[in-house]
Design a protein around this ligand. Structure first.
Ligand code: ASP
Length: 332
């Protein structure tokens, strides 16, 4: 009887626990140089990011799961055609997009990713299906698209991904006798802490400009461009993926938090602003821990981010280092 009473008291106290008030999320729209963009183009990206984070916030506010918020926000950015992701993805040397995406659940360490898909409008959704409906973590190319069909996803034609902006960029890059690294990036990503205290991360990209067909970047590689673990943190990276893979950036940041017990901001800064800089690895990350701490370091000229917390105020920043943050309400 005494035991039952204790169990009851425990159950009541667990049920009575208020939901985490530090819930929130951060999204990015890619690290790079935004100087060549007009104010109007930056405004369009800001608006798309506002819509994306509003979609995620609506889920979090009603007590929904971090994974759902990650997927919802990234889908909005994929659909916008404004980022190097989904509809707006960069083209390979052959003039077609090849996209990569990943999603990870910090509570269970379940993860799913896809790479080199050419006919998928929302690679982040397919990544989630890989996580939930297969025993695997990563599916690539034709196999990933076959799996998509089996799940009722319609394959879209390459024309779906045609945007004048990307076609012009592709033509220009082709004309350049020797194409070096592009200074513009538009990969998208999200890190989320929900009211239940669970972290999740996701990233979706068309990769780098004029990449070789078959090239896979860091975004779908769990631990390189995407990682989430309730014991440490959630990270989504953006930048030249080869550096993120060699340095397993996302997992390195989380390992520092977990084993060295350094604050999230320091861990993210040490990796992005020291280690990557020493190697000339350009890019940035967004990161969040279970206490709701956020870090958004970048070593490029800019990295667009939007952050929202339980108070419902969205803050957009980072199209260049001196850009004044802009705020917007999280609820329409
Ligand atoms: N990290 C991405 C990749 O290398 C590109 C980017 O973030 O811009 O595929």
């Amino acid at each position: 009887m005494k035991k039952l009473g204790l169990v009851l008291i425990l159950a009541v106290s667990v049920a009575a626990q208020p939901p985490a008030r530090n819930f929130g999320m951060v999204i990015h729209g890619g690290a790079g140089n935004y100087d060549s963009m007009t104010a109007e183009q930056i405004g369009q990206r800001r608006d798309a990011m506002t819509k994306a984070i509003q979609a995620g916030y609506a889920i979090l506010k009603r007590g929904g799961a971090s994974l759902d918020a990650v997927e919802a926000a990234i889908r909005v950015m994929e659909d916008s055609g404004l980022f190097d992701s989904g509809r707006g993805a960069y083209y390979t040397k052959d003039g077609v997009p090849e996209m990569d995406a990943a999603i990870m659940d910090g509570r269970t360490l379940a993860a799913g990713s896809v790479a080199s898909v050419q006919h998928i409008a929302n690679p982040i959704h397919l990544a989630r299906l890989v996580m939930e409906k297969t025993p695997h973590v990563l599916l690539v190319g034709a196999g990933a698209e076959e799996f998509a069909k089996s799940q009722g996803i319609e394959l879209v034609s390459p024309y779906y991904f045609y945007t004048e902006r990307e076609w012009n960029r592709f033509q220009k890059a082709k004309e350049a006798a020797e194409k070096k690294k592009s200074s513009e990036h538009g990969t998208v990503g999200a890190v989320v802490l929900d009211q239940a205290g669970n972290l999740a991360a996701g990233t979706s990209t068309g990769g780098t400009v004029m990449k070789m067909p078959g090239r896979v970047g860091d975004s779908p590689i769990i631990g390189a461009g995407t990682y989430a673990n309730n014991l440490s943190c959630a990270v989504s990276g953006t930048g030249t993926g080869e550096f993120y893979m060699r340095n397993v950036v996302a997992s390195d940041i989380c390992a520092r938090v977990r084993y060295l017990h350094v604050p999230l901001e320091q861990a993210a800064d040490d990796v992005v602003m020291k280690e990557l800089v020493e190697q000339h690895g350009d890019g940035g990350v967004i990161a969040m821990d279970r206490q709701g701490n956020v870090a958004t370091p970048f070593n490029t000229a800019g990295m667009m981010t939007a952050t929202v917390r339980a108070d419902g105020v969205i803050t957009l920043r980072g199209w260049n280092k001196s850009a004044k943050p802009v705020t917007a309400p999280a609820e329409k």
